[in-house]
Ligand binder design. Structure first.
Ligand code: ADP
Length: 473
C-alpha cells in the first residue's frame, strides 16, 4: 500500500514535471520565429527571416534546458534519401558539436542508424537506442552519451526530421531504465513542436523570398515603364521634324509637277519620288498613333493623365467621330442611329471621348471584312448616355472578353482583316478606352458571340448626374 502510494507520487511528479517542461518550451518557442513575423510597417518588416539553422540551434538550446539529458540535436531529413542535415545541437562542446556535424551532415539516415529504428520513426514512434548494443552504422562516436531517444518529426505523414536526446550511461543499466515513459512522451511532444517551428521558419523564408521576387519584378516594371515613357517623349520631337520635312518635300514636288514646262521624262521622275513620299506620310499616321498611345499609357501609370472636362453635346461628338471614320474607311458601310434627342449633355473631355469612339470604330473596321456593315448607336438609358459600336466580324470568345481590356493584350488567333492607316496594334487601345471612360465615371463592355460579331459599348453619366460636373460641385 505504502509502496503503491510512493510510486503513484513519483509518477504524478514526473508527469507534472514533463507537463511543466513542455509548457516552458512552448512559451520560449514564440521568441524563435517572431523575428520573421511582422504585422506593422516597421523596420522589422524588412528584417530577414530567421534561418533554419538559427531556429534549430535556439530550439535545441531551449529543449535541452527542460530535459534531463546530456545533449540534444535537431536534424532535418532531406529528400530523396533522407539525407541528414544538422539544424542545431545543445549540450556538446564546440569540438563535439563539430564532430556530430561532420558525422551526420549529408549522410543518408539509413547509413547512420539501424533499419529497425528507421521503421519505428516512419511509424511515428519514438525509438530507443543503446549505443553499446546497437552502435551507429557509420561512426562509433557517442560523445560520452550511450542511451539515446530518437523522436520522429513528421509533417503531413512525411518524416522530415528527427529529434534526438542523449543520456550518459552513469547509473542506468539499460536504455529502458534511462528513460521514463514521461520522457518518451515528452520527446515525442518536443519533436512535434520542432516540426512546427521548422515548418514555420520555412514558410517565413518562402514568404520573404516571394516578397523579394515581387519587389524585383516591380522594380523591373518601373524601369521598363520609365524607359517606355522616355522613349515615347524623345521620339516625338524628331518625328515631328521628319514629318514636317516630308510634307514640305511633298508640297514642293506637287508644285514642280504642276509646272507646264516639265518634260514627260522629268514628270515621270518626279512621280517616282512623289509616290514613296505619299506612302511614307500615310504610314506616319500609325507611328503617331503608337507614340500617342504609349505616351497616354505612361501618363496613366504616372498618374499624370489630365482631362479637360467641359459640358458637351454627345450627339455632336458621336456624329463627327462617325463622319471622320466614314472618310477614312471609304468602302465600309457605316450606319449611325441617332437618338431622338437633339442634345445629350455630358461633362467630359471631348477629345478623349472621341478617341474612345475612334478606337471602337477602328477595331470594328480592323477585325471585320470590308463589305460588312458597322453600326453606331447613341441612346439615353435612365441617367446615362450609351454608345455602342457593332460589327459583324469574327467575334470574341467569352473567356477572352475580360482580357481584351488588359494593357498590351491581343487575342491569339484574331487576325487584322482591314489595316487602318491610323492604328497601332499595340494592344493598348481598349485599355486606354477603359481608363478614359472610368475617369469619366462611366463603364465599358462588350457583347460578343464568336462567329457573329461584337458590340463594344460604353456609358457616361449625363451632365446633370455626373459626379464631377460643375452642377454637382
Ligand atoms: P489592338 O491595337 O491590338 O487592336 P486593342 O486594345 O484595341 O488592341 O484590342 C485588344 C484585342 O482585342 C485586339 O488585339 C483583338 O484581338 C481584340 N479585339 C478588339 N476589338 C475587336 C473586335 N471588334 N472584334 C474582334 N476582336 C477584337
Amino acid at each position: 500500500m505504502f509502496r503503491d502510494t510512493t510510486e503513484q507520487y513519483h509518477q504524478s511528479h514526473h508527469t507534472l514535471q514533463a507537463f511543466t517542461s513542455l509548457l516552458t518550451l512552448v512559451e520560449a518557442l514564440s521568441t524563435i520565429t517572431e523575428q520573421g513575423e511582422s504585422t506593422s510597417h516597421t523596420e522589422a518588416e524588412n528584417a530577414p527571416p530567421i534561418t533554419l539553422s538559427a531556429a534549430g540551434k535556439s530550439f535545441a538550446e531551449i529543449a535541452q534546458q527542460v530535459l534531463d539529458c546530456s545533449y540534444v540535436a535537431v536534424i532535418a531529413l532531406d529528400p530523396p534519401d533522407e539525407r541528414q542535415r544538422l539544424l542545431g545541437s545543445s549540450g556538446l562542446s564546440e569540438k563535439e558539436a563539430q564532430i556530430l556535424h561532420e558525422d551526420t551532415d549529408q549522410t543518408p539516415m539509413a547509413q547512420y542508424v539501424h533499419e529497425n529504428v528507421i521503421t519505428q520513426l516512419h511509424n511515428d514512434q519514438v525509438a530507443e537506442m543503446d549505443l553499446k548494443l546497437q552502435p551507429f552504422l557509420a561512426t562509433s562516436s557517442t560523445h560520452g552519451a550511450r542511451f539515446r531517444l530518437v523522436a520522429p518529426m513528421t509533417l503531413h505523414g512525411q518524416l522530415i526530421g528527427i529529434f534526438t536526446m542523449a543520456k550518459i550511461d552513469k547509473g542506468y543499466h539499460n536504455v529502458q531504465s534511462a528513460y521514463t515513459p514521461e520522457e518518451r512522451a515528452l520527446a515525442k511532444g518536443i519533436a512535434r513542436l520542432a516540426t512546427q517551428v521548422i515548418e514555420r521558419v520555412r514558410l517565413l523564408q518562402e514568404r520573404a523570398e516571394a516578397k523579394v521576387k515581387t519587389q524585383k519584378l516591380q522594380e523591373a516594371t518601373r524601369r521598363y515603364e520609365d524607359c517606355l515613357s522616355t522613349a515615347s517623349h524623345e521620339l516625338r520631337t524628331p518625328l515631328t521634324t521628319i514629318k514636317g520635312n516630308l510634307q514640305l518635300s511633298q508640297r514642293r514636288i506637287t508644285a514642280l509637277v504642276k509646272r507646264s514646262e516639265q518634260t514627260p521624262e522629268t514628270l515621270a521622275a518626279l512621280q517616282r519620288v512623289e509616290n514613296p513620299l505619299r506612302e511614307a506620310l500615310q504610314n506616319f499616321g500609325r507611328l503617331e498613333r503608337m507614340i500617342s498611345e504609349l505616351l497616354d499609357y505612361s501618363r496613366i501609370q504616372a498618374d499624370k493623365f489630365l482631362l479637360r472636362k467641359q459640358p458637351w453635346n454627345m450627339v455632336e461628338i458621336v456624329r463627327s467621330a462617325v463622319e471622320e471614320a466614314h472618310k477614312a474607311m471609304d468602302e465600309r458601310p457605316l450606319l449611325f442611329t441617332a437618338p431622338v434627342q437633339k442634345e445629350i449633355l455630358i461633362y467630359a473631355d471631348k477629345d478623349r471621348i472621341s478617341d474612345v469612339i475612334h478606337n471602337y470604330l477602328t477595331n470594328a473596321h480592323k477585325y471585320s471584312p470590308i463589305k460588312l456593315p458597322i453600326e453606331v448607336s447613341l441612346s439615353v438609358e435612365d441617367t446615362l448616355a450609351r454608345v455602342a459600336v457593332r460589327d459583324e466580324g469574327a467575334g470574341i470568345e467569352p473567356a477572352e472578353q475580360e482580357r481584351i481590356w488588359e494593357r498590351f493584350y491581343r487575342v491569339p488567333g484574331i487576325e487584322v482583316v482591314e489595316q487602318s492607316l491610323s492604328d497601332s496594334n499595340l494592344g493598348l487601345g481598349l485599355y486606354l478606352c477603359q481608363e478614359i471612360i472610368e475617369l469619366h465615371h462611366g463603364r465599358v463592355g462588350v457583347q460578343s458571340t464568336p462567329g457573329q460579331g461584337s458590340t463594344f459599348w460604353f456609358t457616361l453619366p449625363l451632365a446633370s448626374t455626373s459626379p464631377s460636373s460643375p452642377q454637382q460641385g
